[in-house]
Design a protein around this ligand. Structure first.
Ligand SMILES: Nc1nc2c(ncn2[C@@H]2O[C@H](COP(=O)(O)OP(=O)(O)O)[C@@H](O)[C@H]2O)c(=O)[nH]1
Ligand SMILES: [Mg+2]
Length: 228
């Protein structure tokens, strides 16, 4: 059971660690020999962001398309949150974040979205090229959430998605987003409270295929396709 579904997108240069971050968040594992050709369309996980508020995060991986900077427009348009990734050991990948940000904003408009800057591979401190303060300043200037993560140790992985989801939820409560037919950024989900006699009565936009495919446990998740 979940109250809402938020759809997110993860972008950034290839090899910054997008697939690894999603795999860690959804499967709890890290693959050193990550194969860029293993394309997974989306990952999903249900997480409790506030007591009693369970949100299903459906997260699109760009699965190779980022090589050509040709992310399908509907991926952006139907996202309510975007994670902009760079690798802390690769300054070029950080410099490209501004291009990823402007592309994402351009494609998402006229809709709104919450953006989060994520510096990956935090465990490789000895190879760091991007100072934390530099990234923090960029994030402050552009009004982005910001964290550094490691998909190897798991540091801040959970926190990154939790902070993004909470910010989206708060903005939804403040009326900054509207749940609409034809926009998949936020959908009503199944809710215990909405069910009186065991029959789900929540809104019309429930994705039955998703619900039948995926577990309801907050620690459980299943990517659409496997990895490793
Ligand atoms: N040490 C370390 N390696 C990582 C981390 N995240 C990704 N990698 C490695 O970086 C490479 C590219 O990762 P991948 O997730 O495929 O990047 P993508 O192209 O952005 O999806 C792989 O060899 C991963 O094992 C991390 O947090 N720490
Ligand atoms: Mg990838």
């Amino acid at each position: 059971m979940y109250t809402y579904q938020f759809r997110l997108i993860v972008v950034g240069d290839s090899t910054v660690g997008k697939s690894s971050l999603l795999r860690y968040f959804c499967d709890g594992k890290f693959c050193d020999d990550s194969d860029p050709t293993v394309g997974v369309d989306f990952y999903a996980r249900i997480t409790e962001i506030r007591p009693g508020i369970r949100v299903k995060l459906q997260i699109w991986d760009t699965a190779g398309q980022e090589r050509f900077r040709s992310i399908t427009r509907s991926y952006y348009r139907n996202s309510v949150g975007a994670l902009l990734l760079y690798d802390i050991t690769n300054f070029d990948s950080f410099e490209h974040v501004s291009e990823w940000l402007s592309e994402a904003k351009k494609q998402i408009e006229p809709n709104n979205a919450v953006f989060m800057l994520v510096g990956t591979k935090q465990d490789k401190e000895h190879l760091r090229e991007v100072p934390t303060e530099t990234a923090q300043q960029f994030a402050d200037y552009h009004n982005l959430l910001f964290l550094e993560t490691s998909s190897k140790t798991g540091d801040n992985v959970e926190k990154a998605f939790a902070e993004l989801a909470v910010r989206i939820y708060d903005q939804l409560e403040e009326g900054k987003f509207r749940i609409e037919e034809g926009w998949d950024g936020i959908k009503n989900g199944y809710s215990m409270k909405a069910s009186t006699n065991g029959v789900n009565r929540k809104g019309p936009s429930i994705n039955l295929i998703d619900a039948s495919n995926e577990s309801d446990s907050s620690t459980d998740s299943k990517p659409k396709k496997g990895c490793c």
